[in-house]
Design a protein around this ligand. Structure first.
Ligand SMILES: C[S@@+](CC[C@H](N)C(=O)[O-])C[C@H]1O[C@@H](n2cnc3c(N)ncnc32)[C@H](O)[C@@H]1O
Length: 270
């Protein structure tokens, strides 16, 4: 299997634009920002783990937070550096580090006022044990009382797009493995991705030193299969507002969480 950073090194600009490319994707971005705002301290040092080309790093730096950006793909970090300069927020970005969320020895325990790991880095960590290790690391580096935010790709959110990919459904071994375990070894053709069940995701954080506060469906009913129609709806201002109001009202309901393409866990280190 090819290393995931190989994949991301080839789609840096696409990844930078991912969350703002159309109304559908802005739902993930704006729902995430809404929950960051709800739980973030007023100021402090934030770890953006798996922060890619830096969309959240720059947004938070603009809000006055100090940030350390960590990602496994060097090309993403080079691109982020340029965007950080362009946005004139260098003084808030304290470091940019190439590394993996599974092992962060460069950071001492209890270092950060908040930790974010958004858009699915944990979904790219292969194997149950390694994902558990990554979660331990994300919690370890957070201060006591600090919020931790992790979003991943959800199994039931992505399943409805499989009928659009008949070749994948016909590949019995691949499709069965996805259904039974959530493991996908053909992500972008040849990379690994894990799609979580909501309870499986929540259970990863059930530890004596951590409290899960909320699971949030970042797209809820707008998930992949509805992408086209959602983008059309966004052209009608009033309908769009009503649609988003409904999303924000329902996005923590377990059904909305389960059907989401991305699921956010919000928790706090005890
Ligand atoms: C979909 S992108 C999300 C980027 C950013 N957090 C966002 O939401 O816009 C996933 C990122 O995870 C990074 N990644 C994958 N595995 C990782 C790991 N083990 N440690 C750190 N970063 C990782 C990739 O390089 C990529 O930048």
């Amino acid at each position: 299997m090819k290393h995931i950073s190989k994949c991301y090194s080839g789609i840096v600009k696409k990844e930078w634009n991912r969350l703002v490319q159309d109304p559908f994707h802005t739902i993930e971005l704006n729902t995430t920002l809404r929950y960051l705002k709800k739980y973030f301290p007023k100021k402090g040092l934030i770890l953006d783990a798996g922060g890619g080309p830096g969309r959240y790093t720059i947004e938070l730096a603009k809000q006055g937070y100090d940030i350390i950006l960590l990602d496994i793909t060097p090309e993403n970090l080079k691109f982020a550096e340029k965007q950080i300069r362009k946005a004139k927020v260098q003084k808030h970005v304290k470091d940019i580090i190439c590394g993996s969320i599974t092992d962060m020895p460069m950071f001492p325990d209890n270092m950060f006022d908040a930790v974010i790991c958004l858009g699915g880095p944990l979904s790219h960590v292969e194997g149950e044990k390694n994902r558990t290790k990554a979660v331990s690391e994300l919690i370890r580096v957070a201060k006591k009382g600090a919020p931790v935010f992790v979003s991943i790709m959800g199994k039931y959110g992505v399943l409805p797009i499989f009928p659009e990919l008949p070749k994948e459904v016909r590949n019995t071994k691949h499709f069965r493995r996805f259904v039974e375990t959530g493991d996908d070894y053909l992500w972008h053709g040849k990379y690994y991705s894990h799609y979580f069940e909501p309870e499986e995701f929540r259970n990863k954080f059930l530890r004596p030193n951590f409290k899960v506060l909320e699971l949030v469906g970042l797209e809820s009913s707008s998930s992949y299969s509805a992408k086209g129609t959602v983008n059309k709806l966004a052209k009608d201002k009033k309908a769009w507002k009503n649609w988003l109001d409904a999303h924000y009202k329902l996005c923590t309901n377990p059904n909305a969480v389960a059907e989401s393409a991305h699921i956010l866990m919000v928790g706090r280190k005890k």
